[in-house]
Design a protein around this ligand. Structure first.
Ligand SMILES: Cc1cc2nc3c(=O)[nH]c(=O)nc-3n(C[C@H](O)[C@H](O)[C@H](O)COP(=O)(O)O)c2cc1C
Length: 455
């Protein structure tokens, strides 16, 4: 079958532009109203998107006075979306640093059961320094330690999701046999960070385990993705860096013995679309005028682990010396590199840099006609920069509607995107296999678990 695009809708605030929440074209619904997210998910499904995605942060942003920095807990939102959609994949973010693996395994396996096989987990180590204050207050865990802990976390949750065989449940009322105990196994994990006996207390989920998504692009992040991720979100401001990332990650995945086509790479793309390029540019200027540089300055500081940029004038060209060395940043390391690459390349003033980041926080921002956006997508897709895109409409739902009604039909006419869903699960949409199971391994010897008194 001809290689086709994978499109994910990144739901965020009232759009990805920093000032989207103030724009008349964005949704009037409160950001705590579940109908807002159900409506977006249903629009994405109607447009045949592979999946929708919810990000998450574990602390309130310091600029809440000027910007809606609130987050409904994403896994809880997925449960509501699972019952108001039937085909679109459902991706939520959760942290390996601030979550218990047994809880997380239960939550995502439950969403996979509730959605009949559409759950996915965006694995984050939580770069936001202030999150640590809500989880024991012992200060931010270092970049390296977050990933080390994340590795053990993955080992535990993968074993928990594989603690029931597909055929463990019998559910035979006549014989009184509910399950075959020899097809359920404890995991008996004893590690540096976790001690987890298992098994999980629910049958194997439809996809075997949720689809694993990740979005770290540092060297450590890339190796983590190469070992665990089935879809990778990434931020690039230029096609060339996206091509380098794509080739490198596919190489690293192959080194891990994985099929490169089972590690999908989806760069972020935030298009402002209008009938003419001039009109699209005018719309960008209009929403940019609603931004507050002091909001952008606070966000930039957060990206650099709290570094103080308050002394920098807004209208003097920036140099790399105005920024801390990314290797010393314990926060989102790769994103700081993306920003510094832009400073080296374009020597923007702080006002210009903040204006660019206001668009989509370091992801690729563009403005043009539907034809121009389709051309850009086809170019990156056919030239080794992407397997699809994390679509980040600057204004929601208005620019999602334009993308769905104007750009997707062009991609379909070019044979680049589906014209109907072929399958029902997210693994089928992404073309991913079911995960292997220890129960299928002929050398595996059943370990009977201790009889546990039920509730
Ligand atoms: C599309 C995308 C979505 C992300 N969503 C989240 C999120 O919801 N929560 C979070 O803490 N980090 C999120 N991140 C940040 C990554 O998980 C990661 O911390 C960041 O890319 C830096 O990784 P690195 O230090 O390995 O370079 C996201 C990154 C991207 C590109």
């Amino acid at each position: 079958m001809k290689r086709q695009l994978h499109l994910n809708l990144f739901m965020h605030s009232r759009g990805h532009h920093e000032a989207s929440w103030r724009h008349p074209d964005s949704s009037p619904l409160p950001l705590t109203d579940i109908r807002y997210y159900q409506d977006l998910a249903q629009r994405a499904e109607a447009a045949l998107f592979d999946s929708i995605f919810l990000a998450d942060q574990l602390a309130l942003g310091g600029d809440v006075a000027q910007a809606p920095r609130t987050w409904l807990e994403p896994i809880t939102v997925l449960a509501a979306l699972a019952v108001s959609t039937s085909r679109v994949g459902l991706i939520a973010t959760a942290s390996t640093t601030y979550t218990e693996p047994f809880n997380l395994a239960r939550q995502f396996a439950s969403i996979d059961h509730i959605s009949n096989g559409r759950a996915a987990w965006n694995i984050v180590t939580s770069w936001l320094a202030t999150a640590a204050e809500n989880y024991g207050g012992a200060g931010q865990v270092s970049h390296a330690d977050r990933y080390t802990r994340g590795e053990e976390f993955m080992e535990v949750v993968k074993a928990l999701w594989d603690s029931w065989a597909t055929d463990a449940v019998v559910d035979n009322r006549a014989s009184g046999i509910y399950a075959r105990r020899e097809r359920i196994r404890p995991i008996n994990h004893r590690g540096d960070f976790y001690t987890v006996g298992g098994p999980l207390n629910m049958p194997r989920c439809p996809q075997g385990r949720p689809v694993l998504v990740q979005a770290g692009s540092s060297d450590t992040g890339r190796r983590f993705a190469a070992r665990h991720a089935e879809a990778v979100f990434t931020a690039h401001m230029a096609k060339a860096t996206a091509q380098e990332f794509y080739a490198d990650l596919k190489r690293l995945a192959a080194e891990e013995g994985r099929a490169p086509e089972h590690v999908l790479i989806l760069p972020g793309l935030s298009p402002m679309i209008a009938p003419t390029e001039a009109e699209a540019q005018r719309m960008v200027r209009e929403v940019n005028e609603l931004t507050d540089p002091e909001v952008g300055r606070k966000r930039l500081s957060g990206r650099f682990g709290g570094h103080d940029f308050s002394h920098l004038p807004l209208d003097r060209p920036l140099t790399p010396q105005d920024f801390p060395d990314p290797d010393t940043v314990e926060a989102a390391r790769s994103r700081t590199e993306v920003i510094l690459n832009l400073v080296r390349r374009d020597k923007p003033t702080l006002r210009q840099l903040l204006g660019y980041l206001a668009g989509a926080r370091g992801h690729f921002v563009t403005a043009g006609t539907p034809e121009q956006i389709a051309d850009l997508i086809e170019d990156w897709f056919t030239d080794g920069a992407a397997d699809g895109f994390n679509i980040m409409p600057p204004l929601l739902p208005a620019q999602l509607e334009v993308f769905s009604a104007e750009v997707i039909p062009i991609l379909q006419r070019r044979g680049l995107f589906r014209t109907e869903y072929q399958g029902t699960t997210l693994r089928e949409h992404y073309g991913l296999p079911l995960p292997a199971s220890v129960f299928d391994d002929p050398s595996w010897v059943p370990e009977l678990m201790e009889a546990v008194a039920g509730v």
